[in-house]
Design a protein. Structure first.
Length: 305
């Protein structure tokens, strides 16, 4: 594959596999609004009143991005920084419903686990995940033999009965070391908990940013649009490992899931991944620096209003 001439620096981050091409094609399909996400972006970017573009990132992790985008779009590309919501504690009133038994049960379970011993699993609800995907992921967690907390919300594309969402007997077999929560839980609270040491994610940008902020190395299982590119970029920084997939159709199997988890949580490689994740946390955790990007953005908005 030849690098496009408009990228002025070396980069090997690209979609090369057939299923990844389909991910990008899907971004051009109309959604419930009747307009595709990409069409909405292009129409907005090319509108005469669009005078700058704001990106939720910062030069510390993408130093060459902003000059390139400014040149490509012929208008300023401005970082907004990477501030994330704080992980509120139990003394914060009114944020979480104390009568929410599922949340209380999750926190009580986490509090009993050793430090950095749990992999937190969350793939969101919008990714095109199939029942087969869910079962292979579950079997992979079982094979990996590690502690896990799975925030399992029903994906939008799965129509099977709740009893068929997970393999038969799965929760019973893993009850001694795993917890499946089917109710909403505050993700930043999970990532900030001392028992959580790894995050298995679909690599949506919001989730990826939160993992950076809390110093969590990643096991990555992207499903759509830019998630695969984000996963490649994260892997290039040495902070995560992507689950291996079939070249053509993007399928993955329980052994692939287990192998990726063990690389990050059990094998020696995981120590280096965790170390680099903590280093990245230190860089992006500089709240003064991240707030500076917001102040600079406000200045741009005042100039371009």
């Amino acid at each position: 594959m030849v690098q496009p001439p408009w990228i002025p620096f070396p980069s090997n981050i690209a979609y090369r596999r057939r299923h990844e091409a389909e991910w990008m094609v899907a971004a051009f399909r109309a959604n419930a609004s009747g307009v595709s996400d990409m069409d909405r972006f292009w129409e907005s970017e090319q509108h005469p009143n669009c005078r700058l573009i704001i990106y939720r990132t910062c030069p510390e992790i993408e130093p060459r991005l902003f000059p390139l985008l400014t040149k490509l779009y012929t208008k300023p590309a401005i970082p907004s920084g990477l501030l994330v919501p704080p992980a509120l504690d139990d003394n914060d009133i009114g944020v979480y419903n104390r009568s929410d038994r599922s949340f209380v049960a999750v926190m009580q379970w986490l509090d009993k686990q050793p430090n950095k011993s749990v992999i937190y699993v969350s793939l969101g609800t919008e990714a095109p995940i199939t029942a087969d995907h869910m079962h292979e992921l579950a079997f992979g967690l079982e094979l990996a033999g590690v502690r896990f907390l799975w925030a399992l919300r029903r994906p939008s594309g799965i129509n099977c009965h709740d009893d068929m969402l997970l393999p038969s007997g799965f929760e019973t077999r893993v009850a001694a070391r795993g917890l499946v929560c089917t109710e909403w839980v505050p993700q930043v609270r999970m990532l900030a908990h001392g028992a959580v040491g790894v995050f298995l994610t679909h690599c949506g940008w919001g989730s990826t940013v939160e993992s950076f902020h809390y110093g969590q190395p990643l096991v990555m299982l992207p499903f759509i649009a830019d998630q695969g590119l984000i996963a490649q970029a994260v892997a290039a920084t040495g902070v995560g490992v992507e689950v291996a997939r079939n070249y053509d159709d993007g399928s993955f199997y329980r052994d692939d899931v287990a192998a990726a988890i063990q690389r990050v949580m059990v094998e020696e490689e995981g120590k280096e991944l965790a170390h680099k994740a903590i280093e990245l946390c230190g860089i992006l955790g500089d709240r003064v620096q991240q707030e500076m990007y917001l102040y600079e953005l406000i200045g741009y908005l005042q100039c371009y209003k």
